[in-house]
Design a protein around this ligand. Structure first.
Ligand code: FAQ
Length: 324
């Protein structure tokens, strides 16, 4: 007598083959499709971290909305910070298609259990920081995120298309703030250079640890979630910055930065990875402040969530004809 076939194994093997085929053929995995559990978990991790980064990332700039140097600058900065809120919402929605709730993600963030980008744990003491964030942080975000538009998971890739368009405007506005300062007084030029000195290295670290210390990269690249390694993107970013720094008349604060004819890329100095890992552990200059502020905002917004839920409940009852 032959043993009965283990149908669940056959099903999974077939489903896995179909998944692998879709990924290999550059087709998208959609929420309705079968996917390996580890793929789903990796996406929830990356997309929720990305969403949290956008939401926490509103704080360093929010600090300057009331102090922007003109009405025009204020309007531009408000539009940028509102875009970041929107990016967070598209990304939370994309993560929700993988079966996690927004409440769970938000709770993980305010409990300090979820990661968000290291870059948002640094302070913004001067107006020039708005220029440096736009030029360097949004610049790094674009370099990292343009390849994510081709992510194998449909909802994430599609969200990235719109996010990248808006990030381009953000990067240009940062560059323009720095250009204006660099064409101003000696004091303004010093302020711009000082901001770039403080944001340059943390913006390089944003791309994540070096490839030989990046535990997730190999698998994420096989699944076509990530398309390039952390070091490759970092290199591309530096190549983009050098000519722009020349136009600005700003010095990139790396004495070891030089063109290498052999590798056809820039050699650069060592990033302080100890500092990066300390920031990830919660010991950066502003980690505690950022989380505390988010927790307070969440608590203060409770009545809005309750009112919206109650309104939705009443609308549903009306639709069912239960309320006149
Ligand atoms: N900060 O194995 P890998 C923005 C963690 S949006 C904190 O290389 P992976 C817009 C990583 O999670 C900026 N943690 O990981 C804006 C992992 O820990 P885990 C956010 C970091 O995922 C501008 C561990 O280290 N962008 O700026 C960081 O393959 C201005 C090992 O690393 C995104 O999230 C970091 N910098 O590659 C808003 C883009 N780097 O989770 C306001 C999407 C690494 O295993 C103002 N994300 N880690 O415990 C990605 O592309 C990837 O997740 C990487 C990391 C490249 C960030």
């Amino acid at each position: 007598m032959t043993a009965p076939a283990d149908l669940s194994v056959v099903d999974d093997a077939d489903a896995l083959a179909r998944f692998d085929e879709l990924v290999a053929n550059e087709q998208r995995i959609e929420p309705r499709d079968w996917m390996p559990e580890a793929y789903r978990k990796t996406l929830i991790r990356q997309i929720s971290q990305h969403a949290h980064s956008e939401i926490i990332g509103m704080q360093p700039e929010g600090n300057w909305i009331t102090r922007a140097p003109s009405l025009k600058r204020k309007a531009i900065l408000m539009a940028k910070v509102q875009d970041e809120a929107g990016h967070g919402l598209y990304l939370y929605s994309a993560a929700q298609t993988l079966g996690i709730t927004r409440d769970t993600m938000m709770q993980q963030l305010i409990d300090g259990k979820a990661k968000y980008s290291s870059i948002f744990n640094y302070p913004t003491p001067t107006w020039a920081d708005m220029g440096a964030i736009g030029w360097l942080v949004d610049g790094a975000a674009i370099v990292n995120q343009v390849p994510l538009c081709r992510c194998s998971y449909g909802p994430y890739g599609r969200a990235m298309v719109r996010v990248c368009k808006e990030e381009s405007f953000h990067q240009r506005q940062g560059f323009e703030i720095l250009l204006t300062l660099m064409q101003g007084t000696e004091e303004q030029r010093e302020m711009a250079q000082d901001a770039v000195n403080r944001w340059y290295w943390p913006s390089l670290a944003m791309f994540g640890p070096p490839d030989d210390q990046s535990p997730n990269s190999a698998q994420s690249m096989t699944w076509k979630i990530k398309r390039f390694s952390n070091d490759d993107l970092r290199q591309r970013f530096v190549g983009m910055l050098v000519p722009q720094a020349e136009i600005l008349g700003i010095t990139l604060p790396d004495p070891d930065l030089r063109w290498n004819d052999e590798t056809q890329s820039y050699d650069m100095g060592e990033i302080d990875w100890d500092e990066f890992f300390e920031v990830l552990k919660g010991n950066g200059p502003c980690n505690a402040e950022r989380i505390e502020r988010r927790r307070t905002a969440h608590e203060e917004g409770a009545w809005v969530r309750e009112a919206a839920a109650e309104y939705a409940r009443k609308q549903a009852l009306c639709a069912e004809g239960q309320v006149a």
